[in-house]
Design a protein around this ligand. Sequence first.
Ligand SMILES: [Zn+2]
Length: 209
Amino acid sequence: MKLEPMKSHKTVVKVMSPAAEEQSIAPLIREVLALLGEDPRREGLVRTPERMDKALKFLTSGYRMDVHQIVNGALYEVKYDEMVVVKDIEFFSLCEHHLLPFFGKMHVAYLPKAKVIGLSKIPRIVDMFARRLQIQERLTQEVARSIQEIIDPLGVGVICEARHFCMMMRGVEKQHSGAMTSAMLGAFRARKKTRDEFLALVNYRGNGF
Ligand SMILES: [Zn+2]
């Protein structure tokens, strides 16, 4: 099968104000440490605010990414009308209610109409939305909608399994610390057969993986 790159889409360049990126949150973290009763000048903590500044900027770097730059023309016209499934995509995100991590796996599928996307792009799209302050439900929806918009397939299905530190560490509702969410668009919403095929493929654990 020969894959012809599609005529490149216009790249949407988002101009972000540099101020937000350059301004360090380290001084604020120093204040937080003091308010927690710690001594921000002690050896173990003295560089913590700078480390946290870096870490938080990385964990929220999805705000400064653009989906069209990620896809970068890796869309191909094909005559392929079977389901494409990328499963077990690991992700790490921060819950917007507590700024604590939640992490897990996402399974993404779509039913092509005329185009497919480079497979490696799908985990990068997941990362783009995961590296923001999120709730699991919205993360799942955003990944699904974004793939629907880019590929314009017959349908998209996304299943997300995650564990939430805000529940696990704070000792509340431990029984709900593992949560599942899904987003089904187009054929995945309308046709039970398509949904069932997706679920069967996600649950299938082949040897050698
Ligand atoms: Zn939370």
